[in-house]
Design a protein around this ligand. Structure first.
Ligand SMILES: Nc1ncnc2c1ncn2[C@@H]1O[C@H](COP(=O)(O)OP(=O)(O)O)[C@@H](O)[C@H]1O
Ligand SMILES: [Mg+2]
Length: 221
């Protein structure tokens, strides 16, 4: 299955999600490809730290940007169980190209009003791409860096739920230091020596919902 993590905004947690997801899929025994489609190269930086920390990444990393993304993913699809694509925080050619070939589009939003302004843009992009695809992709929104108190996330949940083209996944990742600390050394949260159990549990719920919701592997799609 091809999963694209994207948004129209930087700093919302795309690279954090994409790299944790790639490591998580590897931990489940899946042949995984991580595509760094952001010209800032943060997923590649993560992978370099990861190789230093662990000796090997476990997944294959490639950097592909621009319109090449589409054809490259199409030709790599059959070789992997899962492909995770990390994109930049703008409506780039890379992100659009990835959206045409993915099974799942995953868009994180932070619970701050200025962040929410981009939901309309993301939803319009999804509508536009869906209308040009031979078969629809699954498009999800969820809250990243959520507030610990769940009532503080109610407003953002309501806004996200109101967009039909993005299915809201009610499985937030809370704002936790563990996500930043683990990424700094190239690890997923569950790979830390003393993992933050809450962070790990939140991620498990979110990733299970995405990966096991009606799709299996790239070979079957
Ligand atoms: N759930 C979270 N809790 C705490 N910090 C987070 C969380 N998600 C992301 N971050 C931090 O937010 C910053 C931006 O995240 P990043 O994944 O690089 O965003 P993007 O790829 O969308 O630009 C990073 O410093 C990252 O460590
Ligand atoms: Mg990034």
């Amino acid at each position: 299955m091809v999963i694209v993590v994207g948004s129209q905004k930087g700093g919302v947690g795309k690279t954090t999600i994409a790299t944790n997801l790639a490591a998580w899929l590897v931990s489940k025994g899946a042949e995984t490809l991580l595509v760094d489609a952001d010209d800032q190269g943060s997923a590649s930086d993560f992978s370099a730290y990861r190789e230093q920390t662990r000796g090997a990444t476990g997944f294959t990393l490639v950097q592909i940007t621009g319109s090449l993304v589409r054809k490259q993913i199409e030709s790599l699809k059959s070789k992997y169980d899962h492909i995770v694509v990390d994109t930049g925080g703008r409506d780039t050619t890379s992100q659009r190209a990835a959206l045409f070939v993915c099974d799942v589009f995953l868009s994180p939003f932070n619970p701050r009003s200025y962040d929410l302004w981009t939901v309309t843009k993301v939803s319009e992009l999804v509508d536009e791409v869906q209308s040009m695809r031979p078969a629809p992709m699954l498009a999800y929104s969820f809250i990243n860096r959520a507030d610990v108190k769940s009532q503080d996330n109610r407003q953002v949940s309501e806004v996200l739920q109101s967009y039909e083209s993005l299915t809201f996944l009610p499985f937030p990742l809370v704002n936790r230091k563990a996500f930043a600390n683990s990424a700094a050394i190239g690890l997923a949260v569950f790979e830390m020596e003393e993992p933050d159990k809450k962070a790990v549990a939140e991620m498990e719920v979110l990733f299970n919902a995405i990966v096991y919701a009606g799709h299996t592997t790239t070979q079957n799609t």
